[in-house]
Design a protein around this ligand. Sequence first.
Ligand SMILES: [Zn+2]
Length: 406
Amino acid sequence: MNGATTSGELRAHNRVRLLRAVHDCGATLTRSQLTRDLRLARGTASVLVAGLAQDGLLHEEPAPEHVRGRPTQVPGPHPYGPLALAADVREDAWELAACELGGRVTVLDVRPHDGTPEGALGPLGEAVAAHRRRLRHRVVGAGVALAGPVRHGGLVDIAHLGWRSVEVPRFFTDAPIVGNDTAFAALAEARRGRLRDVEVGLHLHVDFDLGGVLIVRGRPLGGAGGMGAEFGHMPLTGGTRPCVCGAVGCWGMDVGANALLRHVGLAYGGGRGREQAEHVLATSEEAVAAGARALGLGVAALVNAHDPEVVTLSGHGAELYERAADSLLETYEPGLMAIRRDHPPRIECSALGWRGALLGAMESVFDAFLTPEGLDRWRENHLDQARDTPERQNVTHSTPKREKAP
Ligand SMILES: [Zn+2]
């Protein structure tokens, strides 16, 4: 029972478990399913749900497929309930969203930037502050994903952009949770994607270059200093070119938008050229095949090292696989140790498309919030501000940017 001994502690513990379960299932399970899964007594579950609804944390809706008998209720996010602000800062633009418990995302803002810390993070910090003022106590935290290694304390390096030890929190009024985009994408994949319930998984996220991280029991391995998600900077393809990171022959130089641009002789680097790279991806079979072969070579090496059950690909990684699976398998299969060839780990495209990094940032915020202390703080603020009516988040299902319709 995690040390919950008094009835008050037990209740606080069960409030967290119930909210966590609603969040993790994407607000799709009925109250009776949740009651069963969490092994709660029916009466206990009713009291918990009523209390959480009163605190503005949950709201029940009738199940859509209800046919007859007593209506079945599905607990989901309260219309004035907690929100996580989540941002995905890419090398050329950022996206900011408000996320509800259950994982529904509303994009608030998408802006290109000039690649400097001030140009990227200055306006983002201002946008986050403005939304915090508008949504007030509903905002329980902010998470920011960045395309480079992040050290504890929110120090980030993005070699392509010339960022060295940029202190991300100084651009924000309240310190956000700062993390690497690949590690966040992997976390999201483990929570609500293809790495769910996977013991050991490998996640690779490809944008301008490639990042990769091992997920063990649902957690990305962050390394001692928080900078673990850097498989892209290993010499897995036999290249000899110096990488902007300072190492030589990095795998990430051969996979991603920069590699596509280089392959067809266009300028690359500095987080520029996304549209041209997408054009290359759509039109140059040769460039796509080269990227897919480089991807397969590195995946084989990492599979030999880590023995994952599944390898998931997001961003351009998924597109390379969809466009050129044969080329990828051409290097992947021979690259595997003989003992692995009979049952190679399956390679799958992310269930979350380009949205993973943003969703991972959200998960980190809700992980910090979904504790007895977090809920107590919410209740105090909620009671304080109950007379004012904070703006209701206009919640609509949004289509992830740049994601193809199914
Ligand atoms: Zn490198």
